[in-house]
Write a protein that binds this ligand. Structure first.
Ligand code: PLP
Length: 453
């Protein structure tokens, strides 16, 4: 008699190919199979409960199986599940666009929908490219990105990506981008000031010499996510934005990870009063419920495409599920809940609670740095705290720590030697307390080979 779990695990092994996963390793382990969620807990088919300590890869806002969000979807489902935005419109897509313009940085007045962060980025870079073309300015065709940037996995998004492990194999098929240093203060000899200086100098130099070849700069504002939750020095983003403006280069803010309260502001750009020309949102947009993303543009960008049909300035781009009514309905409900629950303020209070709670962890011998902005936390583990020597990647210290956390009842996924803690914004202090306990205990267990006393 085989159990339900064994049956599913066998089919999973036979037929599923998982993202960002070496299947040979994965198939040698017992797969975790989630069956349901409630609040910030996920439950597997064997009935075990886990805290969702990484918001199901940085998406979840209000928890799982939320009555208000479920209801928004069911109500919309009773009307229509999907109809196209090609040449016609639908009710939730219109209402959400108006809402998004209201909550986003000044100047972003137009909303172009898609279905994932990567497609949203793809749209932003194509818009930036065609913007200059439509204005009759030739030659502004290149992009600037930052070292270790991650903007999604489609070919265009990978072309402005700069994580060698993910991107190098594809290099021959990509368009080349200029890469400037990202201010990684912890690993810069000059610390925060030196890192900031290097970034701004490189950007200024590039713009002084090549602005006439450059369409846009794309940046993960304030927090570079996939590279290891690396927080910019204060003032970096606003100074980069000023340089772009000065030299006539568009600024694309990729807020896919940072948007919707994660950093303690609605958008990370708000933290430095930056108004980008294009802004990409996804992940938390629907509360992490359904795949909807969007690219927001200024009137200035939009108007470069607004012309008589014969002028051929149309933006010829779209996806089958662009503006999906179910997704837009749940996004509206999610934004409503955020407002009703005063969530952004709540995030700031919860962030200081977590910061205080993790203070002791900083003293441990293998905790190199704890980086935090709002409820985005990355803990960089090192072999040697003084020299900042890294653990060898083959030791898989991050993976082992996350596995230990899972045994203790919390899910997360590391970024190399950086342990990620990005809890759902709805998490209570008691839940954050329990999750940070697990985090601490797993780090100490794996790096110090013992249990916390
Ligand atoms: C996750 C992410 C993306 C890609 O979003 P997908 O929905 O996975 O395609 C793009 N940019 C940033 C900053 C992200 O964190």
């Amino acid at each position: 008699m085989i159990t339900d779990y064994e049956r599913l695990a066998a089919m999973n092994k036979d037929h599923l190919w998982h993202p960002f996963t070496q299947m040979k390793d994965y198939n040698n382990s017992d797969p975790l199979i989630i069956e349901r969620g409630e609040g910030i807990m996920l439950y597997d088919v064997q009935g075990r409960a886990y805290y969702d300590g990484f918001s199901s890869v940085w998406l979840n806002v209000h928890g799982h199986n939320v009555p208000e969000l479920n209801q928004a979807i069911t109500e919309q489902l009773g009307r229509v599940a999907h109809s196209t935005l090609l040449g016609m419109s639908n009710v939730p897509a219109i209402e959400l666009a108006e809402k998004l313009v209201g909550v986003s940085p000044e100047g972003l007045n137009k909303v172009f929908y898609s279905d994932s962060g990567a497609t949203g980025v793809e749209i932003a870079i194509k818009m930036a490219f065609q913007y200059w073309h439509n204005k009759g300015i030739r030659g502004k065709t290149k992009f600037i990105t930052m070292n270790q940037a991650y903007h999604g996995d489609t070919v265009g998004a990978v072309s402005v990506g700069a994580i060698p492990l993910y991107h190098d194999v594809f290099r021959p098929m990509l368009f080349p981008s200029h890469v400037i240093p990202y201010p990684y203060s912890y690993r810069h000899d000059g610390g925060e000031a030196g890192a900031l200086e290097d970034t701004l100098t490189a950007l200024r130099h590039l713009l002084e010499t090549r602005a006439d070849e450059i369409a846009a700069l794309i940046v993960e504002p304030i927090v570079q996510g996939a590279s290891g939750i690396i927080v910019m020095p204060p003032g970096c983003l606003s100074q980069m934005a000023n340089l772009c403006r000065k030299y006539g280069v568009l600024l694309i803010a990729d807020e896919v990870a940072t948007g919707f309260g994660r950093t303690g502001a609605m958008f990370a750009c708000d933290l430095e009063d930056v108004s980008p020309d294009l802004m990409v949102i996804g992940k938390g947009l629907t509360g992490g419920y359904l795949p909807v993303a969007a690219t927001l543009a200024t009137d200035e960008v939009y108007e470069a495409f607004y012309a008589d049909y014969q002028e051929q300035k149309t933006f010829f781009h779209g996806h089958s599920f662009t503006g999906n009514p179910l997704g837009c309905a749940v996004a509206l409900a999610s934004l409503k809940l955020m407002e009703e629950r005063n969530m952004i303020e709540g995030v700031r209070a919860k962030a200081s609670f977590v910061e205080r709670k993790l203070a002791a962890l900083k003293e441990r011998p293998h905790v190199g740095e704890i980086r935090q902005k709002g409820l985005m936390i990355g803990i960089e583990l090192v072999r040697d705290k003084i020299s900042r020597e890294t653990f060898d990647w083959a030791e898989r210290i991050g993976v082992r720590t996350s596995l230990r956390a899972r045994e203790l009842g919390m899910l997360t996924r590391p970024l190399g030697n950086v342990i990620v803690f990005i809890p759902p914004l709805v998490s209570s202090e008691a839940e954050l307390d329990a999750m940070t306990d697990i985090l601490e205990e797993s780090i100490i267990h794996v790096t110090e080979g013992g249990s916390v006393t």
